[in-house]
Design a protein around this ligand. Structure first.
Ligand SMILES: *Cc1c(COP(=O)(O)O)cnc(C)c1O
Length: 489
């Protein structure tokens, strides 16, 4: 039986309630339950007989109840967060019209939107006359860039596969995203042929080290084909010096890719866009508007400087059934894509950008930096808190200082777990060298100084409690073990 479409109205109150929870500091960011307990709370099995739509509404309610509220003002866990109404409406309509981006025929409006967005994004990045396509995530954008680079360096690989070439080698920094290793795996490059170049104390790739690595690779008889610089690294939020890396790529004729998945949106901030200076020299750029532009997942783009590259790289044979040569079929974006059916991701980004304008996003991105600066200063001023890396952009990595008796890394992770389990704040942690740091990510456009203060209140309160009741587990085990050893020995 088909559900009555008037039921749509019954979904709205649930959405309202979810959003209201996100905007209150008195509700948990997540109602934490472990895997087993959560499993017993949910009615997971799908039966032979269906259920009524009333039952479905209850399931939706439960789903929203136990999901992590990423629009909550205490959600700092990932590189995305916040609720964006125009984008949300766009996502709902994309689902409603349920079509594919493969052909103009199937997505006439969305094709025009995507073409407009890609042109705008290319222009902002200094890649006028370039091309691009929305893809299913930044990891895929990085993979497509690697594919473009590979097929440019060894064109016969597209048709003949892994030929007996010199070994192809990629260069990224030791702060780069793991997706480059995935790309190397998929594309027959081999994970061990991805070389990690040393970064400086700010987490920026050192150009001198890059050139040394390239020279060594050539001397060993191998073929460097790809440099992946990062604009906005995943942990430290640092920006590689693109203007210094670009000439090296040029000198050795290597594809120059900029992974701006995280930091690409900084190009919209008149105050901080200088961090991307040199991006106009890139052969390709990956950019996730689903991060700092707060567009619902997924919204990612791969931009390429030289028009025609994506078609040449991604098109395959056997597509005659889909791409007919008539009318507007030259606008069939699927010809440039590795995907066949592809969701409309352009509408949500276009609506949000139209709503805020360049000026609105300038203010939003700049404000994220200001809030991160506020948070870093808070850490600096507090005697029990310590930055573990300089603040580069919107990521603040720090620890709570514990007395020498307590193992600091273990304390940091436990502190973070405690914040998670109580639902007070959801923040992640990361390793910086051999130290564990709380990684506070400020990407929610609705945040204010009050929310940052509230986060530190939650953190300090939890840390003090934890420190007071801390029992060093290894310490106890150690003595137990020794005790056992003497009694048996
Ligand atoms: C997030 C991120 C990616 C991966 O993007 P997804 O959209 O999550 O696949 C790649 N590189 C950097 C620097 C990132 O921050």
């Amino acid at each position: 039986m088909e559900p009555d479409i008037t039921h749509i109205e019954k979904i709205l109150p649930l959405i309202h309630e979810y959003l209201a929870r996100g905007s209150s500091n008195n509700t948990p960011v997540v109602q934490y339950l472990d895997h087993e307990t959560l499993k017993s709370e949910l009615n997971l099995s799908i039966g032979h007989d269906g259920v009524s739509f009333e039952e479905i509404l209850k399931e939706i309610e439960k789903y929203l109840k136990f999901s992590v509220n990423t629009s909550h003002s205490q959600f700092f866990n990932q590189l995305f967060s916040g609720f964006n109404l125009p984008a949300f409406a766009g996502d709902v309509c994309a689902s409603l019209t349920n079509t594919t981006m493969a052909t103009f025929e199937a997505s006439p409006v969305a094709t025009l939107l995507e073409e407009t967005l890609v042109r705008k994004m290319c222009t902002l990045m200094g890649l006028e006359g370039g091309e691009g396509i929305l893809v299913s995530g930044g990891s895929q954008a990085n993979m497509i860039a690697t594919l473009c680079a590979r097929n440019t360096k060894v064109p016969q690989m597209k048709h003949s596969g892994l030929t007996k070439n010199k070994k192809l080698v990629m260069f990224i920094s030791d702060q780069s995203h793991y997706s480059f290793f995935n790309a190397a795996n998929i594309l027959g490059i081999g994970v061990k042929n991805v070389l990690k170049i040393k970064s400086d104390s700010y987490g920026r790739m050192i150009p001198r080290e890059l050139e040394k690595g390239i020279k060594r690779t050539i001397q060993a008889g191998n073929m460097p084909f790809f440099i992946g610089a990062t604009s906005g690294t995943t942990v430290l939020g640092s920006f590689d010096p693109l203007h210094a890396i670009a000439p090296i790529a040029q000198k050795y004729n290597i594809w120059f890719h900029v992974d701006a998945c995280f930091g690409g949106s900084v190009i919209l901030s008149s105050k901080y866009k200088h961090l991307l200076a040199g991006c106009e020299q890139a052969d390709s750029i990956a950019w996730d508007p689903h991060k700092m532009m707060s567009i619902p997942l997924i919204c990612s783009v791969i931009l390429v400087k030289k028009k025609g590259t994506l078609y040449k790289t991604c098109s395959a044979s056997g597509t005659e059934y889909l791409f007919h040569s008539q009318n507007d079929s030259m606008h069939d974006l699927g010809r440039m894509s590795l995907q066949c059916a592809r969701k409309v991701d352009a509408l949500k980004l276009w609506l949000a950008w139209k709503f805020h304008g360049d000026k609105g996003y300038d203010r939003i991105i700049t404000n994220l930096f200001n809030l991160a600066d506020y948070a870093a200063q808070f850490v600096n001023k507090h005697s029990k808190l310590e930055l573990l890396a300089p603040r580069n952009s919107v990521s603040v990595c720090f620890r709570y200082i514990v007395n020498k008796r307590i193992q600091s890394n273990r304390f940091t992770i436990k502190l973070r777990d405690q914040l998670h389990k109580t639902g007070k704040s959801l923040v992640n942690y990361a390793s910086i060298g051999n130290r564990s740091a709380i990684r506070l990510m400020i990407t929610n456009p609705h945040l204010t100084i009050k929310d940052i203060d509230h986060f530190f209140e939650n953190l300090l309160e939890t840390a003090e409690e934890l420190e007071k009741n801390w029992q060093d587990v290894t310490h106890i085990k150690f003595y137990k073990k020794r005790g056992n050893a003497t009694s048996t020995g």
